[in-house]
Design a protein around this ligand. Structure first.
Ligand code: ATR
Length: 326
């Protein structure tokens, strides 16, 4: 797979990275530490160099895991992490967003310790803070850049307008937002601005949180311990319809003798060279298969067939859509 440049200044990365969240939280039980570390090491061996985490994931546990795994091979990995979503220490409930300069500095120092590194390669604001001007948050991020603590700036789930304002303060290298065959709302908002300003799009949940990867069936839906069971698209009234839609990807996969997850990833990668994907997986077999998506070339008619699906998806991406595209 050819590398793709992040933002306008790079570095050049394997456009198929690894979303590490599920190793620690949200998708059922956390993976046992030694197994998780083995997976992260295997990812490097297979050519992955872009690893995505956040302070939020496991309330620091996911960053600590990456710190353990990568301390002796820091030069081989590009680490992206995120700040800004606040949680209650006792209940673990998410309580809001803090983009104040003091919070940015505090969060960065905490992430550096947990990641056992002196720099973060790409530092994202995880969600936009409606009460702090983006210019103020960007000012704090620019200071961290000048100090060498972070090497590039990103925003996650921002609007096109916020991206434009942020970029005027300091170049933004990447926007990370949900983007898949099933989630294309950003095509009319932030994507045209990414293209115009030379900002990369890092697509999270490119497999529709597993809906597009064949991980779920009618009988095997996410259980109550899995955060996805609270997602509108996985709710009892929408689940069967969305699953049936996801099965339409299987026909394209059969034609290519490929796995449906590979088709879903190839579709995202086909949307432009400014796009990177970070599918999440906890399994070496799925990691290996996902990386081979780079070899799948979809025809114009495959793309047209797949393009039809998103309009038929039922349910919003999140129960509360006010927290995204801000
Ligand atoms: P997110 O970005 O939120 O992690 P995603 O990348 O769209 O979401 O999907 C992640 C889900 O797809 C995980 O549940 C993952 O399960 P495993 O940890 O069991 O792999 C699943 N998944 C990823 N790649 C897969 C593959 N090749 N086959 C089947 N399931 C896969």
């Amino acid at each position: 797979m050819q590398t793709r440049t992040l933002g306008t200044n790079g570095p050049d990365l394997n456009p198929i990275g690894l979303g590490c969240m599920g190793l620690s939280e949200f998708y059922g039980k956390a993976t046992e530490q030694q197994t998780a570390i083995a997976l992260l090491h295997k990812a490097i061996d297979l050519g992955v160099n872009h690893f995505d985490t956040a302070e939020l994931y496991g309330m620091g546990a996911n960053e600590t895991l990456l710190g353990e795994a990568f301390a002796d091979r820091r030069d081989k990995v590009f680490i992206a992490t995120k700040f800004g979503i606040t949680r209650d220490a006792k209940t673990r409930a998410m309580t809001g967003v803090d983009g104040s300069p003091e919070a940015v500095r505090r969060a960065c120092d905490g992430s550096l310790v947990r990641l056992k590194t002196d720099h973060i390669d790409l530092y994202y604001q995880h969600r936009m803070d409606g009460s702090v001007a983006i210019e103020e948050t960007m000012g704090a991020l620019a200071d961290l850049m000048n100090e060498g603590k972070i090497k590039a700036i990103g925003l996650s789930e921002c609007s096109g307008d916020t991206l434009r304002r942020a970029h005027a303060v300091h170049p933004v290298s990447a926007v990370q937002s949900e983007y898949s065959l099933f989630s294309r709302d950003l095509e009319t908002g932030v994507i045209p601005v990414c293209r115009e300003l030379g900002v990369s799009l890092v697509a999270y949940s490119p497999l529709g949180r597993g809906m597009l990867s064949g991980a779920f069936t009618k009988e095997n839906a996410p259980d109550a311990k899995d955060y996805r069971s609270y997602s509108p698209r996985f709710s009892p009234e929408n689940y069967a319809a969305n699953l049936a839609l996801a099965e339409e990807v299987h026909a394209v996969a059969a034609r290519h003798k490929a796995h449906p997850a590979q088709i879903a990833l190839a579709w995202v990668l086909a949307q432009g060279d400014f796009v990177h994907v970070i599918p999440g997986t906890t399994k070496a077999k799925n990691l290996t298969s996902n990386l081979a998506a780079g070899e799948v070339t979809l025809s114009q008619s495959d793309l047209a067939e797949l393009d039809n699906l998103s309009a038929k998806v039922v349910g919003d991406r999140y129960a509360d859509m006010s927290v995204v595209n801000r």
